[in-house]
Design a protein around this ligand. Structure first.
Ligand code: SME
Length: 144
């Protein structure tokens, strides 16, 4: 985990456009084991829009407060879902996804994006991933 954090830290280049940084960060996040999706949704007005990611084609627009992503956006906190089938309002982009973690990226107290990671395994995510993603979110926030 520390290793992945350091790789992400090392790859960020603030002279590049945001999309370039987020693209490479999604590639690094996707190296975590047992994942089927890793990427970003970018906040604009009342929606989150699909950003750079690795994995299958995904939903492009998620309303504030909807699904796991929209809930993390609204509540401004990391949400871990052990079983997506029992999360009320979960948005199923892929039938492969069984568990999910979403961490908001907060800049000047405003959620500017979320990091979304899905796994084909139930209960894949724990405090360890939460800590990592929250550290990564802090690292990324100044890029927005
Ligand atoms: N499952 C998410 C939607 C995005 S996909 O997982 C890539 C949600 O409920 O917000």
């Amino acid at each position: 985990m520390d290793d992945l954090y350091l790789q992400i830290k090392g790859i960020i280049d603030s002279s590049l456009p945001l999309v370039s940084n987020l693209s490479n960060i999604s590639a690094l996040l996707f190296k975590m084991k047992d994942l089927n999706w890793a990427g970003f949704y970018i906040a604009k007005e009342d929606y989150l829009y699909l950003g750079p990611f690795q994995g299958d084609v995904a939903c492009t627009k998620i309303k504030y407060g909807k699904g796991v992503c929209g809930t993390a956006y609204k509540e401004k906190k990391t949400i871990i879902v052990d079983n997506v089938n029992v999360f009320p309002g979960h948005i199923a982009c892929s039938s492969l996804s069984k568990s999910e973690i979403v961490t908001p990226i907060i800049k000047d107290e405003v959620v500017v994006a979320v990091i979304d990671i899905d796994s084909p395994i139930y209960s894949r995510f724990s405090k360890e991933e939460k800590n990592l993603l929250e550290k990564v979110a802090k690292l990324i926030a100044p890029l927005f």
